[in-house]
Ligand binder design. Structure first.
Ligand code: C5P
Length: 408
């Protein structure tokens, strides 16, 4: 995944969560980010500069008067190249310093003298976090434009359980990347369907489509990161709910249709990523059918096409479809786009997308085909969202382009 920041100052203050900053440094470097670590005196009590030097491959700074900085002004020089300063962990004391503009060590002085965005990942004991003084500081820092990631709740080093744990390094990476995405869908309401549907035959059996839900969840994250208000309607998948997203779990295509209908009139954009089953058994049995030697006949009735229904509303949102095909991808996909009256459709080959963390979408719209080079699903989703925003900006955002239905 191409990370949104190329160079970062990572400030580490004196909390036990400083050990997580070592792993964070490793992940950032692996993602191609140049990391310049600045340790406070307290931070160096928990993890030594050598650890960060080895992980970042760069000198680590702890002192305002460091003579290694050519112009002798470490407090200005170190953040010059940086796209952001991230303080992780940020202690209650360091947050109080930021609120007051105190500049009595290298990191606090760097933060005061910065021109780039400041992000902090608080970490402290539950009572310290809940203390009105800390909560006042959180509010003030937000007002001052500081981005606050976390904290999380859970077990704490002091033996208590509650709010105050620093986010895990992987989660911080994801939120950091999200914070720097262009807000091309700010204020837009987006509904996304994801995963398969399950059409029950009896208490244990049913028919379904092969779908992990990973692409739909990635699209939901990308829309959220672009500033949208996201509703994700998910079929049966085993994926965690992304933070900041409203999730509605459904089982069958009929459930999915109902959930979509319940909220669709409020939406600006609808993205159908779900692999909706085309049929459901006409008869559904409450209890498990007993196995016998005879052929079992299951009569299947067609399901409603959710996306086509939404696209044919009198005032439809901007509708985007997905098409997974195992052959003739682009021809079949374009036929689908026309049949369902969609301004945009994302086509993917079953062989590339299924059971994979990567995809290689081809976006089909009125202007033609746009091939997205193979990458992880979140990167593909971000490109799709950027394309949707561009089309909405240039066209009519609420009325999809109508096509002549040649297949009808
Ligand atoms: O199944 P099909 O290939 O036609 O799916 C194309 C698009 O239509 C997908 O975006 C899918 O989510 C949507 N769809 C739907 N309801 C169905 C079938 C497909 O919303 N019953």
């Amino acid at each position: 995944m191409a990370f949104s920041i190329r160079n970062l100052v990572l400030g580490v203050t004196g909390g036990v969560a400083a050990y997580k900053a070592a792993e964070l440094t490793r992940l950032l470097v692996k993602a191609g980010v140049g990391v310049r670590v600045v340790l406070t005196e307290g931070g160096a009590q928990f993890v030594t500069p050598h650890t960060f030097q080895a992980l970042s491959g760069r000198h680590v700074f702890t002192n305002l008067w460091d003579t290694r900085v050519p112009n002798g002004m470490a407090h200005i020089d170190l953040s010059r190249e940086a796209g952001a300063i991230l303080v992780a962990p940020a202690t209650a004391d360091f947050m109080a310093k930021l609120v007051h503009g105190t500049a009595d060590d290298l990191l606090s002085t760097l933060c005061l003298a910065r021109e780039c965005p400041l992000i902090i990942a608080p970490a402290m004991n539950r009572q310290m976090w809940e203390n009105p003084a800390t909560q006042r500081n959180v509010k003030q820092l937000r007002q001052d434009g500081v981005i606050i990631l976390g904290p999380d709740s859970g077990d704490q080093a002091c033996g208590e359980t509650g709010m105050g744990r620093m986010l895990e390094p992987e989660d911080l990476m994801e939120l950091l990347d999200a914070a720097f995405q262009p807000k091309v869908l700010r204020g837009q309401k987006v509904m996304i369907t994801a995963g398969p549907t399950f059409e029950k035959i009896d208490a244990v059996r049913g028919i379904t489509n092969q779908s992990s839900g990973k692409m739909g969840f990635a699209v939901a994250k990308a829309a959220r990161d672009a500033g949208a208000d996201v509703t994700l309607i998910a079929g049966p998948v085993s994926l965690p709910t992304p933070a900041g997203i409203r999730r509605i779990d459904v089982e069958s295509a009929q459930d999915m249709l109902q959930a979509v209908n319940a909220g669709i009139t409020l939406q600006d954009i609808f993205i159908g990523v779900a692999a909706v089953a085309d049929y459901h058994p006409l008869q559904q049995f409450e209890h498990k059918l007993k196995k016998d030697a005879n052929i079992l006949h299951v009569e299947l009735a067609p399901n409603a096409d959710i996306l086509a229904n939404v696209a044919s509303l009198p005032r439809p949102p901007f509708c985007v479809g997905f098409a997974a095909e195992s052959q003739n991808l682009l021809d079949f996909a374009e036929q689908k786009r026309k049949k369902k009256h969609l301004p945009l459709l994302a086509a993917n080959l079953v062989q590339t997308a299924f059971n994979s963390d990567e995809n290689e979408l081809v976006l089909l719209d009125d202007a033609g085909r746009h091939h997205l080079p193979k990458s992880d699903k979140l990167t593909q989703a971000r490109q799709l969202i950027a394309h949707i925003a561009k089309l909405m900006q240039h066209g009519n955002p609420t009325t999809p382009v109508k096509h002549i239905d040649q297949s009808a």
